[in-house]
Design a protein. Structure first.
Length: 197
């Protein structure tokens, strides 16, 4: 199988979305991406990200493909976990301190920063509506994040999320309090948990 055929297979496998790094991992030279782009079989939608004309643009997947350290968090994670009704106006991600997030901010994405040792705490994999994998904080970490950020957000979103979380059969209060301890918000988190139980 030649490079062109491999590339076409890779595009089909990824539902029309192709990352330069995935093509390179298969040993396909970048020039083949340019060739398919010129032929109209691929459109370059961002640096290192190509889309076939019949595919849907998966914004969340593309964001993480371009910014590997970005983890969906706060209001975006609330929505993904069904802890909020409203689709967030702007997407929220968390990156470690020292990570250059200027490109994300230019795209209108709300960027939160944490210490490097806390960045991976509570990360899980979910699927976008186009069935592509993205990294998101779990429910417990998300609740901790919004409690940390409570002074900078709509109080009704916070209260609704806490009520929904406490009614959720899959909640893990022990995990919530463990994260709260590591994030140094144990007392306030315990108070909220008692209030909404």
């Amino acid at each position: 199988m030649g490079h062109r055929e491999k590339l076409v297979e890779l595009i089909k496998k990824n539902n029309g979305l192709l990352l330069t790094k995935d093509a390179e991992a298969q040993g396909i030279p970048r020039k083949y991406l340019s060739i398919l782009n010129k032929e109209g079989l691929l459109e370059r939608v961002a640096q290192g990200v190509y889309l076939s004309p019949d595919a849907f643009e998966d914004k969340m997947y593309i964001i993480q493909a371009r910014a590997g350290k970005a983890i969906f968090s706060h209001e975006t994670a609330l929505y993904l976990h069904d802890l909020a009704d409203r689709d967030p106006i702007e997407l929220s991600v968390t990156v470690p301190y020292g990570y250059n997030a200027s490109n994300l901010k230019c795209q209108g994405i709300k960027v939160h920063k944490v210490k490097k040792e806390l960045h991976e705490l509570g990360v899980i994999e979910m699927k976008t509506m186009f069935d592509r994998p993205i990294r998101v904080y779990d429910k417990e970490r998300t609740i901790c994040d919004i409690i940390c950020n409570r002074n900078n957000m709509d109080i009704s979103i916070l209260n609704d999320a806490l009520k929904r979380y406490m009614r959720n059969k899959e909640k893990n209060i022990n995990q919530l309090l463990k994260y709260a301890k590591e994030l140094r918000i144990y007392n306030i988190t315990r108070k909220y948990a008692e209030m909404f139980q």
